[in-house]
Design a binder for this molecule. Sequence first.
Ligand code: ATP
Ligand code: MG
Length: 599
Amino acid sequence: MVLRLSTLFLRTLREDPVDADVASHKLLIRAGYIRRAAPGIYTWLPLGLRVLRKVEAIVREEMAVIGAQEVHFPALLPREPYEVTNRWTEYGDGIFRLQDRKGADYLLAPTHEEMFTLLVKDLYSSYKDLPLSIYQIQNKYRDEARPRAGLLRGREFIMKDSYSFDIDDDGLAASYEAHRGAYLRIFARLGLEVVPVAATSGAMGGSRSEEFLHPTAIGEDTFVRSAGGYAANVEAVTTVVPAAIDFSTAPSARVLDTPDTPTIATLVTAANTLAPRDGAEWTAADTLKNVVLAVDLPTGERQLVVIGVPGDRAVDLKRIEANIGSFLPIGGEIGVEPANDEDLRKVPQLVKGYIGPGLSLDEPVLGTEGTSKLLYLVDPRVVSGSSWVTGANAAGKHVFGLVAGRDFGWDAVIEASEVRAGDEAPDGSGPLEAARGIEMGHIFALGRKYAEALDLKVLDRNGKLAVVTMGSYGVGVTRAVAALAESYHDDRGLTWPRAVAPADVHVVAVGRGEEIFAAAAQLSGELEAAGLEVIYDDRPKVSPGVKFGDAELLGVPTILAVGRGLVDGVVEIKDRASGEAQNVPVGEAAAFVLNLARR
Ligand code: ATP
Ligand code: MG
């Protein structure tokens, strides 16, 4: 059916919505694709729904190509399975929880690993049933701390989530590769540039994991790449570790009075004045900065950690959040921030500005006695034998020549400091450069974590029960609509690629003459009959300026204007994205547009 603007459920807006700061959010609202229902929660209007359905169709086709079968789970789920995997707790404030009339706990699913695992356990019992990939396209709910940018980070959003089930590691590797290929094809067909980057598996656990990032300045993820082909989310970059140093002849450490040197800069100045060394000035890179961080666990507890990093590098809280899970008693949503004064008061051994290694490490600090301790973690550059200028754990004192592995130890090594442009790629493929991106998809080789927790076992070739190995794979479907709007627009409106546009052609009747409307209606009908999707602006009393403005705002790839030229037997056909226009005889117009649409 031709969509007639006189009756289409649509109101375009001249003004940007006040709560919108990125182009995709502004334009999707102004062009009448979506409306805000609540913070981070959106209603889909007819045109928006068309774009959404096209994105979904491409995803479904590519899932079919790799043999994944579609199912559909409820979004409202019972607590128990999430209790078994501990995610009921680990998600902390990140999920929506509710109770039924009997007081039983439920949640709105943030992702569905548990339910898929249980479904397969319910139905399958033999290796002969595997491999299996199943997926759904479904609403997800996450109580995001900072919903932003409209559909880009919503609290309700649509995800395509698939799960693979294999009997062995080779099977999982094949399922993972199949999904990786499907994702590259999905984003290519959508017209969304993506860079697959190595990622941390974070709360999901598992071995291999990659994100598909769409490069854009408004992205919340920072990734790095090298000319030699390395690409990783900053959170997943591993530091090139210097070789250990022989310290057998290193002089012993000495403590010096360094009054009023609470910062790295003042310490470096003092070091060069009080303890000048031959050959080289002291620099920030010679110092070991010990930063106290407070870790907010999903249980509501707060735990302090001290992290030692070279003084010339800032700590990167996102890298720490992604990597600290393995040193804590619980996984899940972990927030890390600099410790505040109140935190520090609880641990008098921490002398602000003069903190060094070597504090009593097993001391219970916060929370239940004995369950949390003051962990001391260090950057990978703190290798055995490296020598540092660092705090002496006493006001106004620093220690010089403190040798790692001789004079101090640590609980564990953590990727804690910032990755900088120019740092070496871990695979030796050259210096890194940094860019920002939006995460469009994420694939995980989960392994056996969920299958083990939920006891998903099948009989293997030898008739023995074996734990199934799994993968989980997500595409942000509603986020893709926003990312497309973000990459395809200009100052007048949206410029959809044809694969996802809400229609192929936008026919505009310009002027008042009856013959103009008759010809425009006729052409719309012909195009529709030829299989195209047509929007027809048949509004009788709307000015040409408003009509063209709306056509440009809506962003359908081809605009066909029937107006003054009609007396000479021509209509104007314009490419929305390039602005190129040409007059075409009325009789050839339909064929011309068809040709554009089928190219
Ligand atoms: P992010 O790091 O952006 O919060 P995530 O790592 O939590 O995302 P996953 O759990 O990997 O997301 O979910 C799979 C996909 O779902 C993501 O790659 C993304 O495209 C999409 N997605 C996740 N959270 C949101 C959201 N709040 N709004 C819209 N899409 C989302
Ligand atoms: Mg992710």
